[in-house]
Structure formats: structure tokens, C-alpha cells
Write a protein that binds this ligand. Structure first.
Ligand SMILES: NC(=O)c1ccc[n+]([C@@H]2O[C@H](COP(=O)([O-])OP(=O)(O)OC[C@H]3O[C@@H](n4cnc5c(N)ncnc54)[C@H](O)[C@@H]3O)[C@@H](O)[C@H]2O)c1
Length: 423
């Protein structure tokens, strides 16, 4: 019942499916059963409406036996060595297996490397169910079988221009019957389904999409560094290039990658590639460039302060926006966290403001324990650093009231001021 599972559950509920939302997080289960939301963009009335249509949350895996379709949307992070951490998929599969029954359809939605569904999920489900059920595949496609498919989630958080139903749903079943079942289920809520020949093809489809983004963002980030040196405005260049009616898709530079997907997913493939004696060099290079961006931002703050003969050590810096992208309440892998840590490490006195985060506590890699500072008395800061360009901010006012602004997102586009430094 996270960022992927909850909206999906609500879509199915809207189409009159009786949906059970399983989660091991007792707080989420309680919130949902009380009609409360813990995701900013999901209003409570949607959850309350779903409750009237039989939607309920639970942490009891015993419910699985009563369900026809089980869709797994658990996290797939990296471990500290940037290797895939499939522990959530494994533990979920282990919890499902004892309750499997013949004819059920199990779909994995978590982003992962090609082969996970067949090599990891299916063996656990087959080994752990007491009735000796097997996954339907060529040669064993009826009788004592359950069905398995992979279908990637393609949501773009914060994007209100494409309705969820209009995002085509790719499905890859372990056998044609599994593909057909998955196509039928998703066909009830998505306007278009796109069957592919196998779970691996579906897994790879998702990775291609995200690697395409990651590599192209790295490309513009690198070109931005060159443009800064050459005195050319990269944003102007991208805007002009975007007028080409074919063969160009714009990507934008920024303070570094964030979110659960783009900074993480490509490494799932580069890790798997090594099993095949293959180095995925574009992925590694893009990772190197994108990972360096938060440090470039900090160096830019140092250079900007230097203009007024100030050192970063002891300077007051206000970071505007900590979410990993505009207008969303998601902090995961946000470059703002690395930037704040690095600013503090170099002696800056750092505050932050973000309308979506009253507090920033402990995460997987950081422990900042900071509270959101009101957007007042901006002149007290030696530097205001725009990391996330939330649309709620009044950039005219921010520029007017601040001493110095370092802008990582072109949020101050169109505002002329000597105080603005683009980075
Ligand atoms: N967030 C996105 O925009 C997005 C987009 C596309 C794909 N994805 C992929 O979807 C997957 C899920 O991402 P998310 O953003 O929803 O993660 P999330 O952390 O928001 O949600 C995952 C949920 O799974 C629950 N969970 C963990 N272990 C469990 C278990 N054993 N049984 C039941 N529940 C369990 C957690 O408590 C949590 O509520 C990931 O693989 C991610 O890469 C995410």
C-alpha cells in the first residue's frame, strides 16, 4: 500500500473490484481502514469512497486464499554496495506461498532485473505452498497450477497531464494463459494493455524506459557543466532544440537524481549484466555524472558566496525544496539530502523550507533531524539555494528579499537580477 500499490488499489476499487490492501506497516493499515490518507496527492475522500465499495486494508496474509488476483508492489531498493536488494520480494513471496490456491493469478509490479519473476518469485511460490501447486508454463498449463505475470508500474508522480488509465499497461505472462489473465484484469482499469512474450521482456521494458531517462539526464547534466563554463544558457538551448518536430526529446539538468526509480533501477540491470560477462557502460557513466551533481551544487554555493568575499564555513544557507522533484511529497534519494549533508560538513548553517515536509528525520542513508523553517526574513541568509522548484513558491518575492540565490532548476527564469546564480 505504498506509492504504487495504494493508487492501483483505488483504481480497481473504482471499477467495483473488492480490493484488499495488504501491508506489513500497521500504521498504513490503520490509516486506510479509518479512511485516512498518508500520500499527499491521494485525497482522503477517495479512500473513504473506496471503503464504501468494500476496500479494506489488512496485514493478515491469510486473506490471500480468498483473492483471485494478487499484485505485488513492494520496494526494490539497492543495498549499500549499490546491488539489488530483493529481500522485500522474497519475504512477500514467502508470505504468499502458504496461502496459494489453484487458478490464482500472481503479478509482480516492483521494478527489477530481467529474470526476477522466473528465477526468484516463482521458485519461492512453488516451494512454499503445501498443495504442490506449480506455476502454469509450457507443459504444465492447467490443473494444479497458479498463473504468474510481470507488469511494470509506469506512474510519473506529480504528472497530472496523463490520467493513470491512459498509461498503457505492459504485461508479460509466464505462459499465454497468464498473459491473457493479466491483460483481462488490467484491461478493466487501463485503456490499453500491451502484452509482451515473457516476464523478462516486461521487466526489461521498464528498465529500458528508466535507463533512457537516466542516461539522457546525465547527458544534459554534463552539457550543462560545459555550458556554464562557456557562458551559454543550457535552458535556452534545450528550449530551442525542443522546437525540432522530430528526433529530439527534451531532458532537463538539475541538482542530481532523486526518487525510488531513476537513481536505483539502472543498477539492477548493470548488476545482472555482469552475470553475462557484460559491462553496461552507459549506465555506469550516467551514474557517475548524476551522482556528482549534488557536489557540483555545493561547489557552486561556495563560488557564489566567494563573490561577496564570504566563506561557506559559518554562512547561513536556506535550502528551498527537499522533495526529489516539484510538487510531490517524496524524499526518497532526494539530492537535497546529500546537498544539506555536504553543506553542513563544510561548516554551513543550514535551514530548509518545503511545504510538503514539516520535518526531515531519519532516512536510509541520512539522519538530519531538521524542522521546516518559515519562508520569512530571507535577507538573514547568506544564500538561498533553490533545490526543488515547487510551484507554490513566489520566486519574484524570493529574489527580491534574498541577498543571493543559487538556482539549480531555472526556477527564476525570466527574473533579471544580479543576485541570481545559475548552477
Ligand atoms: N513510486 C513510484 O513512482 C514508482 C514508479 C514506478 C515503479 N515503482 C516501483 O514500484 C515498487 C514499489 O514502490 P513504491 O514507491 O510503491 O514503494 P513504497 O515504499 O511506497 O511502498 C511499498 C510498500 O510495501 C510494503 N511492504 C514491504 N514489505 C512488505 C511485505 N512483505 N508485505 C506487504 N507489504 C510490504 C511497505 O510497508 C510499503 O507500504 C518498487 O519496485 C518501485 O521501484 C515505483
Amino acid at each position: 500500500m505504498g506509492y504504487v500499490g495504494l493508487p492501483l488499489a483505488l483504481l480497481f476499487s473504482e471499477s467495483k473490484f473488492a480490493v484488499t490492501g495488504l501491508d506489513i506497516d500497521a500504521e498504513k493499515v490503520k490509516a486506510l481502514n479509518n479512511g485516512k490518507s498518508y500520500i499527499y496527492r491521494i485525497p482522503e475522500n477517495e479512500i473513504q469512497a473506496a471503503r464504501t465499495r468494500n476496500f479494506r486494508a489488512s496485514n493478515d496474509y491469510g486473506n490471500i486464499a480468498d483473492l483471485d488476483v494478487v499484485i505485488i508492489c513492494v520496494p526494490t531498493p539497492l543495498n549499500e554496495y549499490r546491488e539489488p536488494d530483493l529481500s522485500y520480494i522474497r519475504s512477500t513471496a514467502e508470505a504468499i506461498a502458504p496461502h496459494l490456491r489453484a487458478g490464482q493469478l500472481i503479478i509482480l509490479e516492483s521494478t527489477t532485473y530481467p529474470g526476477t519473476t522466473e528465477e526468484v518469485l516463482v521458485p519461492i511460490l512453488e516451494a512454499g505452498n503445501p498443495s504442490g501447486l506449480v506455476a502454469a508454463r509450457a507443459g504444465a498449463d492447467s490443473g494444479n497450477v497458479f498463473y504468474v505475470a510481470f507488469s511494470p508500474e509506469r506512474e510519473d508522480p506529480g504528472n497530472d497531464t496523463v490520467a493513470r488509465r491512459d498509461i498503457p499497461k505492459v504485461v508479460g505472462g509466464l505462459n499465454p494463459a497468464a498473459s491473457d489473465l493479466a491483460k483481462t484484469v488490467y484491461g478493466a482499469i487501463f485503456n490499453r494493455t500491451v502484452p509482451v512474450s515473457s516476464p523478462s521482456a516486461a521487466e526489461m521494458t521498464k528498465l529500458l524506459e528508466n535507463i533512457y531517462r537516466c542516461v539522457n539526464i546525465a547527458l544534459v547534466n554534463e552539457l550543462k557543466l560545459l555550458c556554464l563554463r562557456m557562458g551559454i544558457d543550457i535552458w535556452e538551448v534545450i528550449q530551442a532544440a525542443s522546437t525540432k518536430p522530430f528526433g529530439f526529446h527534451p531532458f532537463y539538468p538539475g541538482p542530481g537524481l532523486g526518487g525510488h526509480c531513476i537513481p536505483v533501477d539502472p543498477y539492477y540491470l548493470s548488476w545482472k549484466a555482469k552475470e553475462w560477462d557484460f559491462q553496461a557502460r552507459f549506465i555506469e557513466l550516467a551514474g557517475e555524472i548524476n551522482t556528482a551533481m549534488p557536489y557540483h551544487v555545493v561547489d557552486s554555493v561556495v563560488a557564489a558566496l566567494n563573490r561577496s568575499k564570504k566563506a561557506l564555513n559559518g554562512s547561513k544557507v536556506l535550502v528551498l525544496g527537499v522533495a526529489y522533484k516539484r510538487d510531490i511529497d517524496d524524499l526518497r534519494e532526494s539530492p537535497a539530502l546529500t546537498i544539506i549533508e555536504e553543506l553542513q560538513r563544510r561548516g554551513a548553517v543550514v535551514s530548509y523550507n518545503d511545504p510538503y515536509f514539516p520535518k526531515v528525520g531519519r532516512g536510509r542513508k541520512y539522519n538530519l533531524q531538521m524542522t521546516c523553517t518559515p519562508l520569512e526574513n530571507l535577507a538573514q541568509y547568506d544564500c538561498v539555494l533553490i533545490v526543488t522548484d515547487h510551484s507554490d513558491y513566489d520566486y519574484q518575492r524570493i529574489v527580491k528579499e534574498s541577498q543571493l540565490i543559487v538556482d539549480t532548476r531555472n526556477a527564476t527564469k525570466g527574473i533579471q537580477s544580479e543576485k541570481i546564480v545559475h548552477c
